[in-house]
Ligand binder design. Structure first.
Ligand SMILES: O=P(O)(O)O[C@@H]1[C@@H](OP(=O)(O)O)[C@H](OP(=O)(O)O)[C@H](O)[C@H](OP(=O)(O)O)[C@H]1OP(=O)(O)O
Ligand SMILES: Nc1ncnc2c1ncn2[C@@H]1O[C@H](COP(=O)(O)OP(=O)(O)O)[C@@H](O)[C@H]1O
Ligand SMILES: [Mg+2]
Ligand SMILES: [Mg+2]
Length: 347
């Protein structure tokens, strides 16, 4: 329930692990000091029976949850759903996830970007049919087609030759492995805020290594996320483990911001991150390999103030839109509060 000092109540619906990592006292306290109350949605009760909420922050899956959000929105047309389930769903499939990158244009830069060459395989028969993968250069990374947050959806395999393909279980995406110096850039987006950090990635694979490997398939999972947040009590130590103490140059911030803004608008999402690698063959070519909805923001130093600023901003925009008599859902599209009057509050 809203108290007198509150100008915004945000209901959060998160899986227990996410709740533990994201909803920290430091976030609650800072948000509260700026008039934002974060209230847990009770998963044992219908969402529509709870509130009042100005906004729902969520990372839950399934038809039942989607129905609950719809029901809540019908009952509370002025509430903001962060983000729309239909927009999030695009990220649950590793092909549709990256399609949006191919459609994106960023002008006037010396850097270029794209996605690695990839194909999708739906069944075992296609896997044994050489024609399907003959245009791909090995090694390739086999990724589960579905990216639904399950442990299974993060299980990858580095495949050195086509002989190992029969060990894989479709539906999968086969994506060319691109040498990138063992460093990955993670770009966290919170509305208009964009923060790029570097993390450890898979090491480069040389031609000799490909020829010399005894195993033709190497399985791995969440390489860039090996330090367990819960096992590292000291924030400083944690950041040291996750962020590389090396000399790898960061990509130009303006370039990253352009891509982030383009993705935000195209996907109509406010809360996401994307993984970028720099192709070692060129030095100024960047490849986007993964996009995640509502990622581990708590790993971003100072996440409390970034998220609080975003919530405060959102409430202001909502207030203005309400005065104009034009409120419903927000999406990541367009600039804030544009002239056009459609049914959405824009951020
Ligand atoms: O939990 P964390 O902090 O490791 O966050 C995970 C993300 O790590 P990152 O912020 O990119 O380092 C992680 O990113 P990656 O896929 O590892 O690039 C996912 O976003 C993951 O969500 P899901 O399992 O795909 O639904 C995120 O997991 P959830 O907490 O959302 O389940
Ligand atoms: N095409 C690629 N070339 C080189 N390394 C890659 C490629 N795709 C993925 N990786 C490595 O594998 C890791 C996991 O892949 P990713 O697509 O990000 O899956 P997840 O959703 O589990 O994070 C990346 O963080 C990166 O280290
Ligand atoms: Mg990733
Ligand atoms: Mg991912």
């Amino acid at each position: 329930m809203a108290d007198n000092n509150s100008f915004g109540v945000i209901g959060y619906a998160l899986a227990p692990k996410k709740q533990n990592s994201f909803i920290r006292d430091s976030l609650l306290t800072l948000a509260k000091s700026r008039g934002i109350q974060l209230v847990r949605v009770d998963s044992n009760r219908s969402l529509a029976d709870q509130g009042p909420f100005d906004c729902i922050l969520h990372k839950l899956y399934g038809d039942d949850w989607k129905r609950q959000l719809q029901e809540f929105q019908t009952k509370n047309p002025n509430a903001v759903i962060l983000d729309a389930p239909e927009a999030i769903e695009r990220l649950h499939n590793r092909i549709s996830m990256l399609q949006v990158v191919s459609e994106l244009r960023v002008d006037d830069r010396t850097e270029t970007f794209g996605i690695p060459k990839q194909i999708v395989i739906y069944d075992k028969e296609t896997l044994s049919d050489g024609q399907a993968w003959e245009s791909l250069k090995f090694p390739v990374i086999a990724k589960p087609l579905v990216a639904d947050g399950s442990a299974k959806s993060h299980k990858m395999a580095l495949v050195f030759s086509h002989n190992a393909l029969n060990k894989l279980k479709p539906p999968i995406v086969l994506q060319e492995f691109v040498n990138h110096g063992g460093v990955i850039f993670k770009v966290y987006v919170v509305g208009e805020h964009v923060r790029c950090v570097k993390r450890k990635s898979l090491p480069d694979v040389s031609e000799e290594k490909v020829l010399g490997v005894s195993e033709d398939l190497l399985s791995f999972s969440q390489v860039s996320n090996l330090a367990n947040r819960d096992s590292v009590d000291d924030d400083e130590k944690f950041y040291q483990m996750m962020n590389l103490d090396d000399t790898t140059e960061m990509p130009p911030q303006a370039f990253i911001v352009d891509i982030a803004s383009g993705l935000r608008r195209a996907m109509k999402l406010n809360l996401f991150n994307f993984d970028v690698i720099r192709d070692s063959r060129y030095g100024n070519r960047y490849l986007i390999i993964d996009i995640n909805y509502f990622p581990g923001y708590a790993k971003m130093p100072g996440y409390e103030s970034v998220l609080t600023d975003f919530f405060v901003d959102l409430m202001h925009k909502k207030e203005i839109e309400a005065e104009e008599g034009n409120v419903a859902n927000i999406d990541g599209g367009e600039e804030a509060l544009t002239e056009e009057k459609d049914e959405s509050v824009k951020v």
